[in-house]
Every structure is written in structure tokens, then in C-alpha cells.
Design a protein around this ligand. Structure first.
Ligand code: CTP
Ligand code: ZN
Length: 170
């Protein structure tokens, strides 16, 4: 192989990382790098048996780097799509049918999230009584901030743990 061809192939592989196409399912693309892991808990992907491909820190023209999740045999519902938009602003949601992108979902960030976030404030009543948490979603431009309805403290999406994330750690 000529050095020129080798250089070209190396350059090419740095620009694109091949991730296989799916047949029927959901592709969550353009996830801000570092956020895929939270979506894995949000969607409970470790708890069901769909084939899941996760890409992290992949090169992206638009974002520099991005995460990507492909789930075979599972179609995201509108409520889930809206929750994804809280934790991965700008992510694109594609429904794939028979290898083709059949639909691109435009999610709407919900006003509140009930029962899925653990409040990071150790003094918050939700950490001492069996109360479902309620967090209000505040739009901060490119990122969303989450405010606990009970203790009124606000947190960035990177600061919080999902209830399911905490359960799996203990
Ligand atoms: N995709 C897939 N399997 C398929 C078809 C598409 O995994 N059978 C993935 C593509 O790899 C891509 C996403 O679904 O990550 C969206 O596909 P497509 O709309 O073709 O890509 P783009 O034109 O890049 O769309 P956008 O800019 O909206 O991401
Ligand atoms: Zn709280």
C-alpha cells in the first residue's frame, strides 16, 4: 500500500467511525458527548434485551464529538423522546423501518419530570421520606437546569443522578 493511500485511509477513519445500520428501531444521534450514559439509565437499556449499539466521543462535523445510541426493535414513544430532550439537548431521534429513516421526531422539552431524578441535596425531604421527586425543567439556552420542587434548589443535568442510576449503583 502506498504511503499516500495509507495516509488517506487513516484520515478517513479519524473522520468517520463505522457503526452498523439497524433494521427496525430507534437511532438517537447527535447526543452531546458524555450524555449517552445517562440516557442508557433513563431508557433502562441494560434491563431489556434489545440489541443496543452505543458510540461515545465519535467525531461529528456539527458538534466536534458526539455520542450515539442505536436500539434495534424498540421505538421511542413521545414521552420518552421529550425526556431525552432534557438530558441531551439537540439530539436527533430517528425511527428506522426496514433500514430506512421513516420518521424524525422533534421532541418538546417537558415542564417537569416526576419520579425519575434523585435530589442531590442531602437535606431535601425527598431523601428522607418516601416521596416521589418533582423537578421543574428550566431552559438555560443550550443546556437545561433542573429545580427540585421540594427544596427549590437548582442543579445542572450533569449534577443529578437518575433514581435508576442510583439503584443500580447500590
Ligand atoms: N441509521 C441507522 N440505520 C439505518 C438508517 C439510519 O443506524 N438503517 C442512522 C444513521 O447512521 C444516522 C441516523 O440513523 O446516524 C439518521 O440517519 P439519516 O437521516 O440518514 O442521517 P442524516 O442525513 O445524517 O440525518 P441527520 O443530519 O438528521 O442526523
Ligand atoms: Zn430537593
Amino acid at each position: 500500500m502506498s504511503k499516500q493511500l495509507m495516509d488517506q485511509l487513516v484520515k478517513e477513519s479519524q473522520r468517520t467511525v463505522p457503526v452498523g445500520a439497524i433494521c427496525n428501531g430507534t437511532v438517537i444521534d447527535h447526543i452531546p458527548a458524555g450524555s449517552a450514559i445517562r440516557l442508557i439509565y433513563l431508557l433502562q437499556l441494560a434491563d431489556h434485551d434489545h440489541a443496543v449499539t452505543v458510540g461515545m466521543n465519535l467525531p461529528s462535523k456539527r458538534l466536534g464529538t458526539k455520542d450515539l445510541i442505536k436500539i434495534e426493535g424498540w421505538i421511542v414513544n413521545p414521552e420518552m423522546a421529550n425526556q431525552i430532550a432534557v438530558f441531551a439537548p439537540g439530539a436527533t431521534l430517528n425511527i428506522v423501518k426496514e433500514y430506512r429513516v421513516a420518521e424524525k421526531i422533534v421532541p418538546k422539552v417537558p415542564h417537569e419530570l416526576r419520579g425519575i431524578i434523585k435530589c442531590p441535596n442531602a437535606h431535601c425531604i425527598t431523601n428522607h421520606e418516601l416521596a416521589n421527586t418533582v423537578f421543574l425543567v428550566e431552559n438555560m439556552g443550550r443546556k437545561n437546569r433542573l429545580r427540585c420542587h421540594h427544596c427549590e434548589k437548582a442543579f445542572s443535568c450533569d449534577q443529578i443522578l437518575l433514581v435508576r442510576q442510583e439503584e443500580s449503583a447500590s
